[in-house]
Design a protein around this ligand. Sequence first.
Ligand code: CTP
Ligand code: CA
Length: 225
Amino acid sequence: HFADAAHKPLAGRRALVTSGPTHEPIDPVRYIANRSSGKQGHAIAGALARLGAAVTLVSGPTRLPDPPGCAVVPIETAREMLAACEAALPADVAVCAAAVADWRVAGASDRKLKKDGGGPPALALAENPDILATLSKAGERRPALVVGFAAETGDVVATATAKRARKGCDWIVANDVSLGTTTFGGADNTVHLIRESGVESWPTMGKDAVAARLAEAVAAHFQTV
Ligand code: CTP
Ligand code: CA
């Protein structure tokens, strides 16, 4: 039993992870998306599962295989991602690694837009729900530990620290995207883990290593609470 607790410190814990981009339809054949590969989020889901957590991975469209040991819920839009996350509660820990589209097309067309001679269509945008903020403020449904990501340039730690407060999450993993390290789609990541207790700046490492270290930090958190 003790050996198992050491190897699977998250056994009996439920984890929710978001990953990938979202696709926001313009019409039945076109969409707005972003360059997220899903690599970091998928790696985190796999790392939490390896430590024994029961993981639900809510993911936008990626080219990645499902991480072993995770229940994967495929979604396309931000609103579908929010609904899938709410359906996955309760959870002990939520890690929001998805690159959620900030905006969707308001009143997406049911029919394919045509070049009908009237010039290009104007796309009106509407703001998407903020999944991380919603989970952070979910009252009694709130996961005990809510972790967000922040891709920033400039004063990365200061900007991400402000984002942590604004979102109401417990931890923020801040990506420095100004280093020329190709975070989007790349294999490596340079991150700072921002918590109430302070900031840990990690060396540049593979996304799998970032995931393993974050999962260890989650396990350590639950061992001390
Ligand atoms: N996030 C989310 N839902 C959204 C937007 C963001 O869950 N609609 C989450 C991301 O998964 C990430 C965190 O919020 O964990 C920060 O995302 P980011 O895009 O950096 O924050 P925004 O609040 O959208 O601010 P901005 O893009 O303007 O910097
Ligand atoms: Ca955003």
